[in-house]
Design a protein around this ligand. Structure first.
Ligand SMILES: [Cu+2]
Length: 304
């Protein structure tokens, strides 16, 4: 296993693809806010309560979440799913509300990357990723239309920005467990690798080896048939959307590439400032769009 020895500066400039286990990380501009975690029944793993992370009135540009998204409660808000189970192998709707400290449903949200609510689902073996923009009815009930899910234990996350009682924007990632009944067939986590293929595209990550809790530059380069791809379209106001889940506790991290956008001309290089709060393996889901089609590349990254 090689580990890059390039300096951060060199890594930014040279995009030298480095070897296995050398990459990971996220959390970049414009996402999230505080999240917390607590070990409830069935929770996988350690939890760290985190609060705070308010912003100074920049809707859509709230600070990144600083927690791990492993709790249903944080900063006086609660993620309340209408159910904790979903049918196996068929499309389903997952409904939930965000409750405030008075247990009243929140109905006022602020856009984050153009959306009021980002909903994610991931299975305990880090398969079955879904990223959905739920819609809200006037009473504050959100509905996420889900693709068929295979049996197993999942974690469902709501990522959003709202205002606290004092009117300050607060960005949160809250979650709960969801079960899909039946016999779960567990897929071993693929080995860490900086490269993966999706829909004919090759995505290669490069950068210094990421160490837990420390911001590192991370780049993803998109190519097709050996040629750099330069027709990435805007997806949620940026050229890539990167979500990461930690193995095995399903801690959540999220980041966006920085840099200016220029119509449907994104790529081939996407640059991130990555922070992954825990060491070990993370499963990354990099989403990008070309010709109106969204692609999701999955990679395993090892964080030191
Ligand atoms: Cu989203």
């Amino acid at each position: 296993m090689l580990t890059s020895t390039h300096s951060r500066t060199a890594a930014r400039r040279a995009l030298v693809a480095i070897s296995l286990t050398a990459i990971a990380g996220f959390m970049v501009t414009a996402c999230g806010g505080s999240t917390g975690s607590a070990g409830g029944p069935g929770n996988h793993g350690p939890t760290t309560a985190v609060t705070g992370s308010n912003h100074d009135g920049m809707p859509g540009m709230a600070d990144m979440p600083t927690g791990d998204g492993l709790t249903a409660d944080a900063s006086g808000f609660r993620f309340a799913g209408a159910t904790s189970s979903l049918p196996a192998g068929q499309p389903a709707s997952f409904q939930f509300r965000i409750l405030n400290a008075d247990s009243k449903p929140v109905t006022a949200f602020e856009p984050d990357q153009t959306k009021l609510m980002h909903f994610y689902l991931i299975r305990s073996d880090l398969t079955g990723f879904q990223h959905i923009h739920a819609t809200m009815s006037t009473d504050g009930t959100w509905t996420a239309p889900l693709a068929p899910a295979q049996p197993g234990t999942y974690r469902a996350y709501a990522s959003f920005i709202t205002k606290d009682a004092s009117g300050k924007a607060v960005a949160l990632v809250l979650s709960q467990l969801v079960t899909v009944p039946g016999t779960a067939i567990v897929t071993p986590l693929p080995a860490a690798s900086p490269t993966t293929q999706v829909d004919g595209y090759t995505v290669t990550l490069s950068g210094d080896r990421i160490m837990a809790g420390i911001e590192h530059p991370l780049t993803a380069t998109v190519s097709k048939d050996g040629q750099p791809v330069t027709d990435l379209q805007l997806y949620l106001d940026t050229y890539a959307h990167l979500t990461a889940f930690h193995d095995p506790d399903l801690a959540f991290a999220h980041l966006h590439p920085h840099g200016a956008v220029n119509g449907d001309h994104g790529g081939p290089v996407l640059s991130f400032e990555a922070i992954l709060p825990k060491s070990g393996n993370w499963r990354l889901f990099l989403q990008f769009q070309t010709a109106g089609v969204l692609h999701t590349a999955a990679m395993t990254l090892s964080v030191g």
